[in-house]
Write a protein that binds this ligand. Structure first.
Ligand code: BGC
Length: 696
């Protein structure tokens, strides 16, 4: 009986499905000759034409997603889904790895390269993979400021510094969009921790927003015309990101001139309202309709809670990007896609090579001389760790992933014996660190400990006791405490989560095939309480509110201002060669508003290996009416030099680089007075400085 009933139900369902699809087909207009399909018309003409053809209900419908990664189709007009995939370290089109993609080093590793060119190439490569998969947008880059080393997503974000953040973010967006794929800059803004991320309010002052948290977002609009932004889960000063009219409609759109669309973070609208989101400027609710359910939208509209102009503006923005990425153009007219190419894999290796940071190298134990070593012990839980899967939405499914052990074995093949015990090797290489498990470097949770797991600390101590030639390699994505063991080991490397070619890149650095040139994009504190966000429970993790009481004193700004010595400073990283800085010159020691400030100096590779130095320029406002950090990064360059080669390095600044945000005036100001330009190899290691007067 039951069986018959089920059979009947199925056949009814089938009947309705077929009839529905048939009706849809005959209702579908022939739209091939409509103006919006005509690629010779101007973009805005096409957008307006399509917008005007949509019914009110279709506008509601296109404002929310379906099946995780797609917008709803409007079959009547032949509008197909706009498709978007995660994420910041490579494309992930599904959760099973059915369509593998290149897994690039994590964003903190890419940032440690301090090489904008590589970020741009990375942007191009992920866009090519998105295109090959038939999609239109990559949910990257993630550019929230690393406010605390405890944030579970520190590995997914770039840096603690707004200037480095901005340069790299702009490069990624430019790279992605050069392929007519949309970048989605996320998470706007102050998603600086995962604890209570759906509910907390970042209580942050205007000056800190302007100087620290917003600049990179702003630059992706002003300098790279980003096509999409993702709103954050959290509130900012009491208002949820997706309904933050001040941040979205007024700042992003009106002040910065953003022409793209804002998409919610996945389910970020759970506590929001329909009108709040429409009025703020949220074009797309993902992954499915909640506040943008057609019925809810209609009701709010009929009750006059939002007006048609704002709705049209939101929909227009989404349509505009659909045109920009070529949704309505012939495939032949679009840049070609490609996936998992040797070129992309070589790029993954290059980013890892340049992002790995050499933190300590006593007695020049590194680089290892392959002809002099007979036996190496490879130890520690992270030697075989694969880091592509896990950690949240940054998960990737690459076609392969070379672990550290595999990379070293491959390099040492037939030359050095690799063993897995610490008895009697010439060298022990110990791979410790974190992983993407919950409460470590993972989305949705913050770290619960600032220390390495205790068994790993014990392992370091035991190994070094047995063999003083012990090299510790950290595979991790955020600063950790090294109390109790750092002084006992001669060599330390931060290798981050270095992508699918990471193991090879680690071997390249260990054996000197590559001279390390990575520099820390984040300060490593000695202890957590030294960190600016960790002054009380109210500043981190907070409860309903998280008080950003440190204001602009985030990262090295705080350590410098309060004279706290970090374990490893921002911008720090060693090389196998040495560089000298000399002959600093400045065009003028009295500058006024419209003048370019030009400084030049000579950099020389004084060692006997080819290498790259990241030269860093900081400014110091000597006579400021408001407290300012002793150093603010305003320029950097990565310079590759052969042994004994010299290069003249030129930096140009303008008055904007000297400005700070004055909350009373609600504007940026530059004050007359003395400034210093500090040039060095890290935020602590300043090699040259010069003073000048700014007079307006
Ligand atoms: C993350 C976003 C991600 C989205 C889709 C969210 O949980 O915060 O960064 O793009 O999921 O996976």
């Amino acid at each position: 009986m039951q069986k018959i009933l089920i059979m009947k139900l199925i056949s009814y369902q089938f009947f309705f499905l077929v009839t529905f699809q048939y009706l849809e087909l005959i209702m579908k207009e022939d739209n091939s000759s409509l103006p919006f399909r005509n690629s010779s018309l101007r973009l805005e003409e096409r957008v307006e034409d399509l917008l005007n053809r949509l019914t009110l209900e279709e506008k509601f419908k296109i404002s929310s997603g379906r099946l995780m990664w797609f917008t709803k189709k409007i079959k009547r007009l032949g509008i197909d889904s706009f498709a978007m995939f995660d994420g910041p370290h490579g494309v992930r089109p599904d959760y099973k790895g059915e369509r593998p993609c290149t897994y690039f080093p994590s964003a903190i590793c890419r940032a440690a390269t301090w090489n904008p060119q590589l970020s741009e190439e990375f942007g191009i490569a992920i866009a090519e993979e998105v295109r090959e998969l038939g999609a239109h947008m990559i949910l990257a880059p993630g550019i929230n400021i690393q406010r605390t080393p405890m944030c579970g997503r520190t590995f997914e974000y770039q840096t603690e510094d707004p200037y480095l953040n901005k340069i790299l973010a702009v490069s990624v967006v430019k790279g992605v969009q050069s392929q007519r794929i949309a970048a989605c800059v996320k998470h706007f803004v102050c998603n600086n921790q995962e604890t209570n991320r759906f509910t907390y309010s970042a209580e942050v002052g205007e000056r800190a927003l302007q100087e620290i948290y917003l600049p990179a977002f702003k630059a992706t609009v002003k300098e790279a015309e980003a096509w999409s932004f993702m709103s954050c889960y959290n509130k900012v000063n009491g208002v949820y990101g997706s309904e933050h009219i001040n941040l979205i409609r007024q700042t992003l759109m009106s002040k910065w001139g953003f022409r793209g669309f804002v998409v919610s973070d996945w389910n970020a609208t759970v506590y929001a309202s329909t009108e709040g989101c429409v009025n703020a400027g949220l074009s797309l609710e993902m992954p499915i309709a909640n506040v943008y359910k057609v019925k809810k939208m209609l009701k709010a509209f009929e009750e006059g809670k939002f007006n048609i102009d704002d709705l049209n503006d939101n929909v227009r923005r989404l349509l505009r990007v659909m045109f920009l990425v070529g949704c309505f153009d012939s495939q032949d007219s679009l840049p070609k896609g490609s996936r998992n190419t040797p070129k992309h894999q070589a790029l993954a290796r290059k980013i890892a090579q340049e992002g790995i940071v050499l933190l300590k190298n006593e007695n020049e134990l590194l680089p290892l001389n392959i002809t002099r070593i007979k036996k190496i012990a490879i130890l520690g839980p992270n030697a075989k760790l694969k880091t592509s899967v896990g950690g949240g939405s940054s998960t990737n499914f690459p076609p392969y992933e070379i672990t550290a052990l595999q990379g070293i074995k491959e390099r040492c093949k037939d030359k050095i014996e690799i063993i897995d015990s610490s008895i009697d090797p010439d060298i022990s290489i110990l791979f410790v660190g974190l992983n993407h498990e919950e409460n470590m470097d993972a989305e949705d949770t913050d770290k619960t400990s600032f220390k390495l797991p205790s068994d790993q600390i014990q392992l370091i101590k035991d190994t070094v006791k047995q063999n003083t030639n012990t090299i510790v390699v950290l595979i991790s994505g955020s600063p950790i405490s090294m109390e109790g063991w750092i002084d006992e080991i001669p060599v330390l490397i931060e290798a981050w989560y270095a992508g699918m070619e990471g193991g090879r890149a680690i071997a390249d650095v260990l054996f000197g095939d590559v001279n390390p040139s990575g520099k820390l994009p984040i300060t490593f504190p000695k202890k957590l309480s030294d960190s600016p966000a960790h002054k009380s429970d109210k500043t981190y993790p907070g409860d309903e509110n998280v008080l950003y009481n440190e204001g602009i004193f985030v990262g090295y700004r705080h350590f410098e201002y309060n004279n706290i010595k970090p374990l490893f400073p921002f911008g720090y990283g060693l090389s196998y060669t040495t560089f000298t800085y000399d002959k600093l010159q400045m065009n003028n020691t009295r500058v006024s508003d419209d003048e370019i400030i030009r400084v030049s100096f000579e950099l020389e590779n004084t060692g006997n290996r080819e290498g790259a130095e990241v030269v860093q320029l900081y400014i110091h406002d000597v006579e400021s009416s408001l407290p300012r950090p002793p150093k603010e990064l305003k320029g950097f360059k990565k310079i590759f030099l052969k042994p004994k080669q010299k290069e003249t390095i030129i930096f140009e600044l303008n008055s904007e680089d000297l400005a700070f945000f004055n909350e009373e005036l609600n504007d940026w100001v530059v004050e007359n007075g003395t400034f210093k330009i500090l040039i060095g190899s890290s935020s602590e290691d300043i090699r040259l400085e010069i003073e000048f007067k700014y007079i307006n």
